[in-house]
Design a protein around this ligand. Structure first.
Ligand code: ADP
Ligand code: MG
Length: 266
């Protein structure tokens, strides 16, 4: 009797239940009141002062702000190279504060690709071997490693110079190789800290085209920059001052079909 009642109730519940919603995807970046203090006492530097920020999959964000405003500190936290002094950071729903050093390194390797102003390629190792390196750390086997590294180099237009060493390349080529190395693991997030700081305008344009392509392929990108031309390619611009977010706006990126400036440029 009781079990029959239960069965009826269960069937009734099933009939009236709403369709199952797909699971909500967590933001790629989810920062809650994050602070970073370097040093202690009188020498303490409060580099990040309470940043709350969300970045969703497929977003393309430019972070702008004066030198010393805390942009690189923020990128190091977002990229799991450093941890907040206080506050909470979730990367694709993973609470970074709960990880130990080796787990942090694993998350960084799997989820984040980093591009720095100063390329940071190994100068005497071939370009393709440089690009393979994060895959080697991730335990990907040799033949697949080579295959994926060459595909990443193809994507940034450097397939032909795969066997050359970085010191024989131009700055622009080195930086595109650095992007290939950053995206070869297919990371959830591509972070670039002033990636065009050492590039001339032609190399800057080529790098921006590579970032645009990566974004069009579904990539999530955060780029720190002083240059308006670089920020113009993003869909969102976050302004930082003295370790705080003072502006956050969406924009129509240059180079997109919606951009009104394109006709004037062409
Ligand atoms: P930005 O990238 O916007 O130029 P940073 O994040 O590099 O700014 O620096 C923010 C502040 O934190 C600056 O005052 C800088 O001197 C200080 N800072 C950055 N890194 C360190 C560190 N490792 N130790 C001590 N102070 C630091
Ligand atoms: Mg910086």
């Amino acid at each position: 009797m009781v079990s029959a009642l239960r069965a009826t109730r269960a069937a009734g519940d099933a009939a009236t239940q709403p369709p199952v919603e797909p699971p909500v995807e967590p933001p790629v970046i989810d920062l809650h009141d994050v602070h970073k203090v370097y040093g202690q006492g009188a020498a303490a530097v409060h580099a990040v002062r309470g940043i709350t920020l969300r970045v969703n999959r497929g977003d393309y964000v430019a972070v702008m702000g004066a030198s010393g405003s805390g942009k690189s500190t923020l990128m190091h936290i977002v990229g799991c190279l450093d941890v907040p002094s206080s506050g909470r950071y979730l990367l694709e729903g993973i609470d970074i504060g709960e990880l130990d050093e080796s787990q942090l390194a694993l998350v960084r390797n799997r989820k984040v690709g980093f591009v720095f102003q100063s390329f940071n390629l190994l100068p005497r190792t071939t370009t393709v071997q440089n690009v393979e390196l994060p895959l080697a750390y991730a335990g990907v086997r040799r033949p697949e490693r080579r295959h994926r590294a060459l595909a990443a180099l193809e994507l940034v237009g450097l397939r032909e110079i795969a066997d050359r060493t970085p010191r024989t390349l131009s700055g622009g080529q080195q930086q595109r190789a650095a992007v290939a190395r950053a995206i070869v693991t297919n990371p959830s997030l591509l972070l670039a800290d002033e990636p065009t700081g050492n590039l001339d305008s032609a190399a800057t344009r080529e790098l921006l085209a590579v970032l645009d392509r990566s974004h069009a392929g579904g990539g999530t990108i955060v780029v720190v920059t002083h240059e308006r031309e670089v920020a113009a390619h993003a869909r969102r611009v976050v302004n930082i001052r003295d370790g705080r977010v003072i502006g956050d706006r969406v924009q129509v990126p240059s180079g997109s079909p919606e951009s009104p400036t394109d006709e004037a440029v062409d």
